[in-house]
Design a protein around this ligand. Structure first.
Ligand SMILES: [Zn+2]
Length: 116
């Protein structure tokens, strides 16, 4: 089991690669409970690179206000898009009875705790 940064909620050490009964890979985040099925080997490319790039971007975000504004703005725009197009209100994991994993480090918009 290799835990990686979740490409969806950006939590550190939260995403695990698992294999289904037919040995097809999929991702499960123990914090946001997203399950993402990788239907081709091409999808593994992103799995290999994205967690490292996300971690680097989160680190860069701590020290560069302009980058932080862009980063947070992109998240905000996407949340607005999803909320505007979703047929139902967003369902949070706790409403489904799923407990958030305590060892995962959730992404926080607050940079004061980890900024250098
Ligand atoms: Zn997640």
């Amino acid at each position: 089991m290799i835990l990686r940064t979740c490409m969806f909620c950006l939590a550190e050490n939260a995403c695990e690669v698992r294999f289904d009964k037919k040995a097809r890979p999929y991702l499960v985040c123990k914090l946001c409970h997203t399950r993402c099925f990788l239907r081709s080997l091409e999808a593994v490319r992103g799995l290999a690179i994205c967690p490292t790039l996300i971690a680097a971007a989160i680190e860069r975000r701590k020290g560069e206000p302009a980058f932080r504004a862009w980063f947070d703005g992109e998240i905000g725009k996407t949340i607005t898009f999803v909320n505007a197009n979703a047929l139902t209100p967003p369902v949070r994991a706790e409403h489904l009875g799923l407990a958030a994993e305590k060892t995962a480090v959730p992404f926080s918009f607050d940079v004061s705790s980890g900024a250098t």
